[in-house]
Ligand binder design. Structure first.
Ligand code: COA
Length: 382
């Protein structure tokens, strides 16, 4: 290797490995709809007089057919199935842990991180930084990333960043910039998502959308990386303010007596508007970046898109590739995992990337609340 090559490799970011933690409890659409409809019956019976008098609206059944047609989602993994499906609670029952115990978000993040480290043949002490990049942080501080850093035995630094569903690509660009600048050589980007705790399971329009999971990505300097890695060719981030996906939960409203069940303090969206506004924004951003990096549609072997809605992904992929994408070109994990916020595109990459050949290029792309979007173009090295 020439000196120039060695110097370049030292500052060239690559993805060395990924990890995935999947909870062992799963809810099918059939189970979810049965529980929701039991809640509807109960609500309507309890409020029968008010409904008859016109002062309370009767609730309407959800349907498996609607969910699959509108979203492509067939099931979701969760950390606590019973609490969600019980029509009296309809939220996960995840007891608070004492401060001496590892927090639940850190626990699932550590599981994904260990898998990524093992798969790269890397020891935790070789890592310089931990970024927890996710939508659903369970506390304000200390950072979950610092807790994970401690649990893994990493000497360096860590912090949390939240850009909703786009958090993973924002974390990837941050990690890549550390490698490009030389301020770190090995960075863990971890996306633990307990989306089930921010979802309003009593809201017919959105109760089917989310699931729980954790992913991890090891970003390193090319000269450190295992032979099989993915070079990061270019990254780009974008945000544009919108209220169409919003969650108002926070410490300023914690004293309200009804905060826990207040629909305004849970996930809310104008799904139609999100669909219409985000699809063109993301497609234009991807095409711009391809132009800037000199990558043609024909060269893009695979798209690992954010997993929110199958219809959105179909439209974005068609605009980018110039034809309707098949499952090999734009794989989905929505059917089994549902929307897992920041982790979705990383699950798709983790499960559907091993078959690509050296030299083939692909795109990891996320989008969501903010609005926010991120693109990470990569190329298989070996
Ligand atoms: N079961 C049965 N019917 C339902 C239903 C349910 N669970 N939820 C809504 N419906 C009905 C509505 O009442 C409406 O009926 P109407 O036409 O008689 O008024 C009809 O289905 C269409 O509802 P709408 O909310 O307009 O559905 P949609 O086709 O826009 O699909 C989303 C809803 C959320 C799946 C879709 O808008 C979407 O995926 N948007 C992208 C945003 C996203 O996924 N964001 C996640 C964060 S990144």
């Amino acid at each position: 290797m020439s000196d120039q090559h060695a110097a370049n490799a030292q500052f060239t970011p690559v993805i060395s490995a990924t990890g995935l933690f999947t909870p062992d409890q799963k809810i099918t659409n059939e189970e979810l709809v049965a529980s929701f409809n039991a809640y509807v019956d109960k609500h309507n019976a309890e409020h029968a007089d008010a409904i008859a008098a016109g002062s309370v609206d009767a609730l309407t059944y959800s349907s498996v057919e609607f969910i699959e047609k509108a979203s492509g989602i067939k099931a979701r993994y969760v950390l606590n199935k019973d609490g969600i499906l019980n029509p009296d609670t309809m939220c996960p029952q995840l007891p608070e842990r004492p401060n001496e115990e590892l927090s639940i978000l850190a626990e699932i993040g550590v599981k994904a991180a260990r898998q990524a480290l093992d798969s790269a043949g890397r020891k935790a002490e070789d890592v310089d930084a931990v970024l927890v990049a996710c939508s659903n942080l369970q506390r304000a501080y200390p950072a979950i990333a610092v807790e994970i850093q401690d649990e893994l035995g990493i000497d360096g630094f860590g912090f949390d960043l939240n850009v909703a569903c786009s958090s993973a690509t924002f974390g990837l660009q941050t990690a890549a910039d550390y490698i490009r600048s030389g301020s770190a050589r090995s960075v863990l980007v971890i996306n633990p998502e307990i989306c089930s705790a921010h979802l309003n399971w009593r809201d017919r329009d959105s109760h089917f959308i989310f699931g729980d999971v954790a992913t991890a990505i090891l970003v390193e300097a090319k000269d450190l990386a295992p032979a099989e890695h993915w070079e990061i060719l270019g990254t780009k981030l974008k945000t544009k303010f919108s209220n169409n996906i919003r969650n108002n939960f926070g410490f300023l409203n914690r004293t309200h007596p009804e905060t826990r069940d207040d629909p305004d303090k849970l996930f809310k969206q104008e799904g139609r508007k999100v669909f219409k506004e985000v699809v063109p924004m993301v497609a234009a951003m991807i095409l711009d970046q391809m132009d800037r990096l000199g990558i043609t549609s024909a060269e893009l072997r695979r798209l690992w898109l954010h997993q929110a809605n199958a219809g959105m992904n179909r439209l974005i992929a068609a605009k980018v590739l110039g034809h309707e994408a098949n499952a090999d070109e734009s794989p989905t994990v929505l059917d089994s995992y549902a929307n897992t916020s920041s982790a979705g595109s990383i699950i798709a990459f983790h499960q559907h990337s091993k078959d690509l050949q050296a030299g083939e290029k692909g795109l990891i792309c996320s989008f969501g609340a903010g609005y926010s979007a991120g693109t990470v173009f990569i190329q298989k090295a070996a």
